[in-house]
Design a protein around this ligand. Structure first.
Ligand code: ADP
Ligand code: MG
Ligand code: MG
Length: 309
């Protein structure tokens, strides 16, 4: 249309939450574009202050520090909302997604740094302080209870998807309509670029197969052990942990999920990675609006499941 023809493409990049974040959108002029992009990045910075498990003083770590005190803790809307989505996904995935894995994630981070495999007793101890059913939410008052001492929340499995959604809200408040927000592989798309059918997004299965699709008004998240893992005795353990065993995934799995919402897409990419193809086929019935491409590799064996089309 006449109006769209006046808009130009803008692109911004910034390292945030330990990943490259990329923002592309169409706007009327440079000053609107710059102000909007700075506001979007500032929003993500704020979220990181609240939700980062790397910062001692983050709201989420202060909440975890009160675990076992018996106190219902008042939290920010942001923290409450992300925990509410997380708990919903945990219930629908039979705990394959679990934001209470903090003690186990911390243990593995430590082990990775030292290059020492944790003792069985350490894994058991960390595991005994996890379990999403020990996290209670009071939706009316936005209060949270962690029922056991030594619990630790970790929203790393859906935080970037959540940040992408929040950044898009900020851009929309500047009347920007065609947006692609890529938060370290968790992507939220709004209207197509002016005069096109969609954002051309290329999805890979991790090796030979590529698929480019024009997408809009959806979110897309990819999860895989490709970037972060622990190697011990020649075995690779993913940073995605199986909540049933407390151990990083052993099989190489790459999961792409397309959902209406970025937070859900991010969480499901993690959950389906844990569940594997067969169980994920059951789970996806709980998420009728989501589609998935899951590739499992065990030694030379490759199994794929693809509902993207
Ligand atoms: P990434 O954010 O690295 O792209 P994910 O979205 O899969 O990949 O998130 C992995 C992170 O989620 C881990 O680093 C850890 O903090 C957390 N995590 C690990 N296992 C689980 C799990 N089963 N459920 C929820 N969160 C998990
Ligand atoms: Mg993550
Ligand atoms: Mg995830």
């Amino acid at each position: 249309s006449f109006c769209n023809a006046q808009e130009s493409r803008y692109s911004f990049e910034k390292g945030m939450m330990g990943s490259p974040f990329k923002l592309v959108f169409y706007a009327k002029n440079d000053s609107i574009a710059n102000v909007a992009a700075q506001a979007a990045f500032k929003r993500i910075e704020k979220l990181n202050e609240l939700l980062s498990d790397y910062r001692d003083g983050s709201e989420i770590n202060l909440l975890s520090a009160q675990s076992g005190s018996g106190k219902w803790v008042q939290v920010s809307d942001e923290l409450f909302n992300i925990l509410a989505i997380s708990q919903d996904i945990s219930q629908k995935t039979d705990g394959a997604f679990d934001a209470t894995l903090g003690p186990v994630v911390q243990m593995w981070r430590h082990a990775t740094r030292k290059g020492i495999f944790p003792a069985d007793s350490a894994i058991r101890d960390a595991m005994s302080r996890t379990g999403y059913k020990k996290l209670k939410l009071d939706a009316k008052r936005k209060k949270v209870l962690l029922t056991q001492k030594g619990m630790r929340l970790d929203i790393g499995g859906l935080g970037k998807g959540f940040a992408a959604e929040e950044a898009v809200k900020v851009l929309r408040s500047f009347d920007i309509k065609s947006i692609m927000m890529d938060a370290g592989g968790k992507i939220v798309l709004t209207n197509p670029p002016p005069g096109t059918k969609g954002w051309n997004i290329t999805i890979s299965n991790g090796s030979d197969s590529l698929k480019t699709m024009p997408l809009s008004h959806v979110a897309l998240a990819t999860s895989g052990p490709t970037y972060r893992y622990m190697e011990y005795n020649g075995i690779r353990y993913s940073h995605i942990v199986d909540p049933k065993t407390g151990i990083g995934l052993l099989f190489h799995v790459r999961t792409t999920v397309i959902s209406p919402d970025g937070t859900v897409a991010d969480a499901l990419a993690t959950a389906f990675s844990v569940a594997g193809i067969e169980k994920s086929k059951q789970m996806i019935t709980q998420f009728p609006e989501s589609r998935v491409w899951l590739v499992e590799k065990q030694e030379e064996q490759v199994a794929e499941w693809n509902t993207l089309e």
